[in-house]
Write a protein that binds this ligand. Structure first.
Ligand SMILES: *[C@@H]1O[C@H](CO)[C@@H](O)[C@H](O)[C@H]1NC(C)=O
Ligand SMILES: *[C@@H]1O[C@H](CO)[C@@H](O)[C@H](O)[C@H]1NC(C)=O
Ligand SMILES: *[C@@H]1O[C@H](CO)[C@@H](O)[C@H](O)[C@H]1NC(C)=O
Ligand SMILES: *[C@@H]1O[C@H](CO)[C@@H](O)[C@H](O)[C@H]1NC(C)=O
Ligand SMILES: *[C@@H]1O[C@H](CO)[C@@H](O)[C@H](O)[C@H]1NC(C)=O
Length: 278
């Protein structure tokens, strides 16, 4: 035990000497923030720092425009401006002849501002289909976007754009739905959600103006037949009664004029012939 303790200390010292004496320098380079999501076209402050007590040099590599705001031996703070596209920033420090780097990814985004929803048609018969179309203008990155079509509070359809081109462009989704039996008109809306959490940002949501679908009940075929039949019968009865009235009135007129005709003829007869034979 004692002999082991006796050898333990020199061994530890040897190890320390060996390693610190070699070219192995242990220091770290940090960048803050570690991830950055910036709305185009923005500017942000970035801090490069190191654990090396006396770094020989340090700096920030980027193609974006940078401006050294403040510095101390162990850190440098930069203002990065006119950030209009995704970029990788590299912080570096040299310590005892060795250089270490740390990178920071900047993601540029454009929030969904204009979300428009269109129903086609806006008035449908029960049980027939209609199209819901949602469009978002100039949103990026599309990979972080989810479009959700909602009926009231209920989700009808979700669309993601993973693997889509990163260029800012219009995103759209369409969904064909069936008009179901519901009480009154229905509100439809579209939610655009840009989830920037993996890129150092937040969740940005925007919802379209609600659109109301008018659903009407079509008149059933059997009902239609009944209505047509009833109307036809009524029409027939009406026409028949008018005809009957006409015929009857004609008939009565004839009978009356016939009577007068006989009377007139009687009166026109010479008096001698008027005396009827007994
Ligand atoms: C930069 O980072 C270092 C290390 O975290 C810190 O000590 C320093 O205060 C920071 N500088 C600024 C301007 O925030
Ligand atoms: C940002 O870009 C605009 C136009 O490209 C330019 O006029 C302006 O000077 C730039 N600002 C900085 C800080 O580089
Ligand atoms: C930055 O992005 C590049 C390429 O997309 C990736 O390889 C790298 O791991 C990212 N770095 C960090 C610190 O997220
Ligand atoms: C659709 O996406 C939203 C938001 O990302 C989520 O809350 C919901 O659960 C998703 N619904 C379906 C049916 O995938
Ligand atoms: C639809 O939404 C509008 C506005 O949000 C609201 O005024 C209206 O009451 C809603 N109608 C129904 C049937 O939910």
């Amino acid at each position: 035990m004692s002999s082991f303790g006796c050898w333990g200390l020199p061994t530890a010292l040897l190890t320390l000497l060996c390693c610190s004496g070699s070219s192995e320098v242990t220091f770290e380079v940090y960048v803050w923030p570690e991830r950055l999501a910036v709305e185009a076209i923005g500017s942000r402050k970035v801090n490069c720092s190191t654990s090396c007590v006396k770094p020989e040099s340090g700096g920030l590599e980027t193609f974006l425009s940078k401006h050294l705001v403040d510095q101390q031996p162990q850190w440098q703070q930069y203002l990065i401006s006119n950030i209009s596209q995704d970029a990788e920033l590299i912080c570096y420090f040299s310590c005892a002849g060795k250089t270490l780097t740390k990178s920071l990814n900047i993601s540029v985004y454009q929030p969904p501002k204009q979300v428009t929803l269109k129903l086609q048609p806006t008035r449908v018969a029960l049980g027939t289909s209609f199209t819901i179309e949602c469009r978002v203008a100039a949103v990026e990155p599309l990979e972080s976007l989810t479009l959700t079509l909602l009926r009231g509070q209920e989700t009808l359809h979700n669309q993601t754009f993973v693997g889509a081109a990163p260029a800012p462009q219009e995103a759209a989704t369409t969904f064909i739905s069936m008009a179901q039996r519901e009480g009154g008109p229905l509100n439809f809306s579209c939610q655009a959600e840009l989830d920037l959490r993996s890129r150092g940002g937040d969740i940005i949501r925007s919802v379209s103006e609600p659109q109301v679908l008018q659903v009407y009940e079509p008149v059933q075929d059997s009902q239609m037949v009944i209505i047509v039949t009833v109307v036809s019968v009524l029409l027939f009865l009406f026409v028949t009664s008018i005809l009957l009235c006409f015929i009857i009135s004609q008939h009565q007129r004839q009978r009356r004029t016939g009577t007068y005709g006989v009377l007139a003829a009687w009166r026109r007869l010479p008096r001698t012939f008027r005396v009827q034979p007994a």
